[in-house]
Design a protein around this ligand. Structure first.
Ligand code: NAD
Length: 275
């Protein structure tokens, strides 16, 4: 049974579930069980990447759960060592083989790696993958506004979304509004601040007020901002907890308490220099 959940319309024909399971730093074995648990709990969206080294486990988890392929929104990403048209095209084939699927729902360029100055050619490979049905939607990750504009200027095709570091301590207001004007959805990576936001007193206060956990409050905050969140867990109780966010709402005072936590400090690398 598909549980009621929120989805976002992308700029192509697809809709993406607003909560997905992230599996970074999970082994094949852990990813396999986590994906199965998540799908049994009602998740219909899984986020992996070739660099995570667990695409095989993710694919096995999909099959273990027995959920119909077309009901699951599956994302993978092209790593920094596969920039350029041919390398990215070959990398996708390898990902599809490891995942043991015919197509992914979303294929992302993982990082722009400006030092290689090759992401436009990589993007052309993704556009081609969408044309030949191997990726239903195509997008990017960790791109700044200039990188996005260059893709649009040079290919005429905008990514459907940009997956960026986004959590209560790094709220990305400027990039979010650039996305909005470009018709690009925003997906939040490390939505819980890699766990660091879960003990914040302001978050805990909101959680107590609603009788919810800190993780649920933060995930709900992403939903109310119109973001797509991919919290990571391999623990069944937490996977369940993180999906139990569709039956409550934050009010204006909750949202302003969380808005005040923004420090603009990254947990991850700076995309303008990484790779
Ligand atoms: P996250 O913000 O999802 O936090 C994960 C941490 O929080 C883990 O330690 C987990 O054990 C803990 N946690 C999760 N749910 C919890 C709960 N209910 N209660 C208590 N603790 C809980 O961090 P993340 O894994 O860095 O990011 C999520 C996903 O984003 C990744 O798995 C990956 O799919 C994606 N990601 C993408 C990029 C990129 O460059 N595109 C970079 C980092 C992560």
């Amino acid at each position: 049974m598909v549980k009621p959940q929120l989805t976002i319309q992308l700029s192509d024909t697809q809709r993406i579930p607003q909560v997905g399971l992230g599996v970074w730093q999970a082994s094949d074995t852990d990813a396999r069980t986590a994906v199965r648990t998540a799908l049994e709990e009602g998740y219909r969206h899984v986020d992996t990447a070739s660099i995570y080294g667990n695409e095989k486990g993710v694919g096995e988890g999909l099959r273990d759960a027995g959920t119909a392929r077309e009901q699951v929104f599956l994302t993978t990403k092209i790593w920094n060592d596969a920039h350029g048209f041919d390398a990215a095209t070959a990398a996708l084939e390898e990902s599809l083989e490891r995942l043991n699927v015919e197509y992914v729902d979303l294929l992302l360029v993982h990082w722009p790696t400006p030092s290689q100055d090759n992401y436009v050619n990589t993007w052309r490979a993704l556009i081609n993958a969408q044309r030949n049905g191997k990726a239903r939607s195509v997008g990017v990750s960790n791109f700044n506004q200039d990188h996005l504009q260059r893709l649009i200027d040079e290919t005429g095709v905008a990514p459907v979304l940009n997956q960026i570091e986004l959590h209560p301590f790094m709220q990305q207001a400027a990039l979010r509004s650039a996305h909005e004007s470009m018709g690009i959805a925003t997906q939040s990576w490390s939505p819980l601040g890699q766990g660091s936001a879960l003990t914040n007193p302001a978050i805990l206060e909101v959680a107590q007020k609603h009788g919810r956990t800190a993780a649920q409050v933060i995930i709900r905050w992403h939903l109310e901002l119109g973001l797509i969140a991919i919290p990571k867990s391999v623990t069944p109780e937490r996977i369940r907890e993180n999906f139990n966010v569709f039956d409550f709402a934050l009010d204006a005072s909750d949202l302003s308490a969380i808005a005040a936590l923004d420090s603009g400090k990254r947990l991850g690398p700076d995309p303008s220099t990484f790779g």
